[in-house]
Design a binder for this molecule. Structure first.
Ligand SMILES: Cc1cc2nc3c(=O)[nH]c(=O)nc-3n(C[C@H](O)[C@H](O)[C@H](O)COP(=O)(O)O)c2cc1C
Length: 273
């Protein structure tokens, strides 16, 4: 049975933080010098950006990496709503998160290809899933391209009416047609701080199976993971906690579920049996 977030003693907190700090990517020494691999493995979500402006050429290269991402049947089922700090402020009446220089709201888009391709089978859930998959790949391409150009980023689902949990609000605000749904915001900027330590990542042998069978995760590994998540949150955000982060999700997820159900399955879907 799933357990709740653990309450840690000071000793347990310190031990967990020690383990986070000791976490490193595992790469065979012969491959450690590969530049792209290093960029992928060293990428960290950053939540403090410098005031140094991001040039138009740099930002358009990041968007280009999104445009060229792979997609199912090359459907390119995504839309990027792009913002400067100023246009974010004027659109949403609030500051861009973390004083970033640029933001992109990445949307799944099962609307555009319809105008060109009537014959793609209609299936709201499959089309939604395809669009989510493709748009997420584009998002990751942008994030990695940014990293390669020395630009940091963080993807957001809940910060200040800008992500997946704000679907209803964003649909209105951004005039999104039927079949277009916001998935996440990515904000970009030059790093305003050193990268944080690698957050606790599950060991490869708990998430990758080579014997053709799924295996339940070792409960001790799960407990250790949650202990590190709890301790790591406290260390990074002393005024917040992993618990309060989960509470934000709990408070917003019901409305988001309703809004998304309506977006994917159409008006009235929430009333259906
Ligand atoms: C789709 C998505 C949504 C996320 N939403 C948030 C968010 O709302 N707020 C936040 O601070 N971080 C958010 N993150 C960043 C994650 O917390 C972060 O990726 C995770 O802790 C792992 O850290 P890393 O990116 O440094 O490996 C999000 C990441 C993804 C992929």
């Amino acid at each position: 049975m799933a357990e709740s977030v653990p309450k840690l003693t000071v000793g347990e907190t310190l031990r967990s933080i020690g383990r986070i700090l000791a976490g490193r990517p595992h790469v065979p020494p012969a491959l450690a010098g590969n530049e792209l691999l290093r960029i992928i493995l060293d990428r960290r979500s950053l939540r403090r950006f410098a005031s140094r402006p991001l040039g138009e050429d740099v930002f358009s290269a990041i968007l280009e990496a999104g445009r060229l991402a792979p997609s199912t049947v090359n459907l390119q089922s995504w839309t990027f709503m792009s913002f400067t700090a100023e246009s974010w402020q004027s659109t949403f009446g609030r500051a861009i998160p973390f004083e970033a220089q640029r933001g992109v709201i990445v949307c799944g888009d099962a609307h555009r290809y319809r105008a060109a391709l009537e014959t793609f089978p209609r299936s709201p859930l499959v089309e939604y899933t395809i669009a989510v998959t493709n748009a997420s790949l584009a998002a990751m391409n942008m994030s990695i391209a940014a990293e390669a150009l020395g630009v940091a980023s963080v993807m957001l689902s809940e910060t200040g009416r800008s992500g997946l949990l704000d679907v209803g609000y964003l649909k209105e605000e951004l005039h999104l047609p039927e079949g277009v749904f916001p998935l996440m915001t990515i904000v970009f900027g030059y790093p305003g701080t050193a990268p944080p330590p690698m957050p606790p990542k599950l060991p490869l042998d708990e998430i990758c199976f080579a014997d053709g069978k799924y295996h339940e995760t070792d409960p001790d590994v799960l407990r250790e993971w949650m202990a590190q998540m709890t301790a790591g949150y406290k260390a990074m955000r002393p005024l917040s906690s992993f618990d309060s982060q989960l509470a934000i999700y709990e408070s917003k997820i019901g409305q988001a579920e309703e809004d998304l159900t309506e977006m994917v399955f159409g008006r009235g879907a929430n009333e259906a049996e």
